[in-house]
Design a protein. Structure first.
Length: 674
């Protein structure tokens, strides 16, 4: 039983009383950049404010044109822009919430021709070489920060967060990696930290003492040439003396090649950094990164790692997170699985962000869940992610829903995903949907395979087929050999691979299977965190500037070869913000990746492939088929004679490049239209 006394006690920060210790952290949604986006953002934030989050921090808003993340990114630099922001603040205040606006200057990270930086060093993640700010331009930028904060106050915000981490402009001034200046803004650390301290001073000058100021401090840069712990503590103490009210934790620059928020990162993997800072200063500190359930938040507070808990993506996944936690209904929280597929991947593709497990996020005004005008009796066949998502939304609208699942468990392909090392969170989605079915009194029939005769004898208004997929078996000589294993047989535990393995197929499933084969077991709890820090070379002693040490890779459990027919690099279909993690991980495990080949023959000793017009033999013990999926559509064609409406969703509808994000969104949209 969780003790919510600490978690929900008010916190006096001198200028405001937060109703609880949950902070909805800053996250770019791209709403402010689209037509009508501020109206949508107002509803998005208000929906979360009214369910009890203590403080909301918006996505980054630039103080000037040069600081914009992209050519049309949101900024607040003149009074004409204030009115749009009042839509957000008015909605949040009406919901009895508090909201701070994050001020973010992208510096050399900007994707436009006017990027600026302390030194003209191009970022590895941007196409544009920055202009080096002159001394006059540095002071003008500081004034722009102050003016932006003043306009934020006029717009009704309760405060601002100064984005001083993640490798943006302030970080660029602080680190020797990006600051090569020889004037008053470079050289010694005292000179380099002058920039953020002058920004704080200017903001206080233009906003007064009764306006919340949060400083997001980069406590672990995770890049070569980053700040040392001694420098970070020195800045933190100066920030505290400057009159800031709260310090937020920043982990890792965007150009760092260390995962910090992906699902491969253990829960609360970085709270130890905030705990170290807590020994140095007395200001309230916010813990961040991979905190996605109430018990995780409470553990951080109980162990005195932080005073406040920041979560961004978990509030995308479930706007009622705080309400459910307060009421002890953790089992009904739609947990963020940190997949990044609909949030960060969308952000970097300049799309509006949403959430794989909650497609309504950021689309609240477009996809309202309203009571159905006509109650229908709906049969749903298939209890995978698409079928479950449809059942929950349709039942929320009042429809009478009956679910038929052929296996003895719900979850479909997520039952395979959850056994992949680093994808254990997928089990939370199955738990959420399963409990929601009980809550909504959906009639669930497990171990029940329905066919044409069943529907000939039983009448429904609508039949929704979420029958999923089955693995595609390629036409290769010897494919019937006993060493050949389908990916679903392997991941379900029905078959075990040998010591030398060839994976046929280089898509997402192939990468997942490789991860599964390379680790004998997936470590849990504190051991998981220690393994992660060691595997990625993160310095927990905080003795090395930037926080990087030599990684200690655990030897692979097997010898693994990946084979694909198409030419080109592996991983082109993986997510933008997580694909690189998978590629680095497999490279560290010495996976042999071969592309541009043909499969010739499988025999008792291995597989013969054709590469560059020559036969190549790979001696292996097992061959795993990850060669695509085929929609399970037989029942659909069997039911075409019925007068009832018959719909297909998820993998049954389209198996090519099967994507849970698409499947769940498709199911949700169908349910709100019925």
């Amino acid at each position: 039983m969780l003790k919510f006394k600490k978690l929900f006690s008010p916190l006096d920060i001198g200028v405001a009383v937060l109703q609880n210790r949950f902070v909805m952290g800053s996250m770019h949604t791209n709403l402010e950049e689209i037509e009508g986006g501020f109206e949508r953002a107002a509803v998005y934030y208000a929906e979360r404010a009214k369910t009890g989050v203590g403080l909301i921090i918006t996505g980054g808003i630039s103080p000037n044109i040069q600081g914009c993340v992209g050519p049309h990114s949101a900024k607040l630099s003149n009074r004409e822009e204030v009115e749009k922001h009042r839509l957000i603040t008015a909605a949040v205040k009406e919901a009895d919430g508090k909201i701070c606006m994050q001020i973010l200057h992208s510096g050399r990270y900007g994707y436009h021709k006017d990027v600026v930086a302390p030194s003209p060093i191009q970022s590895p993640i941007s196409f544009f070489k920055p202009h080096e700010l002159t001394d006059e331009e540095v002071w003008k930028t500081i004034d722009d920060f102050g003016q932006c904060a003043r306009l934020a106050r006029e717009a009704g915000y309760d405060g601002v967060e100064i984005m001083g981490s993640e490798g943006y402009l302030i970080n660029q001034f602080l680190a020797e990696r990006t600051n090569k200046r020889q004037d008053d803004w470079g050289g010694s650390y005292e000179n380099r930290m002058k920039f953020p301290l002058e920004i704080i001073k200017e903001i206080k000058k233009q906003t007064g003492n009764d306006f919340i100021i949060i400083y997001r401090l980069s406590m672990l840069d995770l890049v070569e040439g980053g700040s040392s712990w001694e420098e970070i503590v020195k800045l933190a103490k100066e920030v505290e003396r400057s009159g800031v009210h709260i310090i937020n934790t920043g982990i890792g620059w965007h150009e760092a090649r260390i995962p910090t928020i992906a699902t491969t990162v253990p829960r609360m993997a970085y709270s130890w950094v905030t705990a170290q800072m807590k020994k140095e200063i007395s200001l309230p500190l916010i813990a961040v990164n991979r905190i996605n359930m109430p018990e995780v938040a409470e553990k951080i507070l109980e162990e005195n790692h932080a005073d406040l808990i920041s979560m961004a993506r978990p509030f995308l996944a479930d706007p009622e997170f705080v309400t459910k936690a307060k009421e002890g209904r953790d089992d009904l929280i739609n947990t963020c699985i940190a997949c990044n597929q609909a949030c960060l991947d969308h952000t970097f593709q300049l799309k509006v962000s949403s959430c794989l497990v909650n497609p309504r996020a950021c689309f609240e005004t477009i996809y309202p869940i309203k009571p159905a005008e006509k109650i229908k009796k709906i049969a749903v066949v298939g209890g995978g992610p698409a079928g479950l998502a449809f059942c929950v939304t349709a039942a929320q609208r009042g429809h009478e829903v009956v679910l038929f699942e052929a296996s003895d468990v719900l979850g479909g392909q997520f039952n395979l995903a959850k056994v992949i090392p680093g994808k254990e969170e997928y089990a939370e989605t199955i738990r959420y949907f399963s409990n929601m079915l009980k809550e909504l009194k959906v009639d669930v029939h497990l171990s029940t395979r329905v066919d044409k005769s069943f529907f000939d004898e039983n009448t429904f208004d609508t039949i929704v087929l979420a029958t999923g997929v089955h693995p595609r078996i390629p036409d290769i000589k010897g494919i019937e050999n006993n060493m050949v294993i389908r990916y679903d047989e392997l991941l379900s535990g029905h078959r075990i691979a040998g010591e030398k393995v060839a994976i046929l197929g280089g898509g997402g499933i192939g990468f997942d299977v490789a991860e599964y084969l390379l680790y004998e077991t997936s470590p849990q709890g504190e051991l998981h965190t220690q393994h992660y820090l060691s595997e990625w070379g993160i310095d927990k002693s905080l003795m090395v500037p930037g926080g990087l040490i030599t990684p200690k890779h655990v030897p692979p459990a097997r010898e693994v070869h990946m084979l694909k027919r198409s030419s080109g690099k592996y991983g082109s279909t993986l997510g933008k913000t997580t694909g690189w993690i998978k590629k680095i991980s497999l490279a560290n495990k010495k996976v042999n990746m071969i592309s541009g080949i043909e499969y010739k023959e499988i025999n008792d000793r291995g597989i013969v492939i054709v590469q560059n017009n020559e036969d190549v033999f790979l001696e292996v013990d097992s061959i795993i088929l990850c060669t695509g999926q085929i929609p399970e559509q037989k029942l659909f064609y069997d039911l075409k004679h019925l007068s009832e409406e018959v719909c297909m969703i998820g993998g049954a509808f389209e198996a090519n490049e099967l994507d849970a994000k698409v499947a769940i969104e498709q199911a949700f949209r169908l349910a709100i239209q019925m």
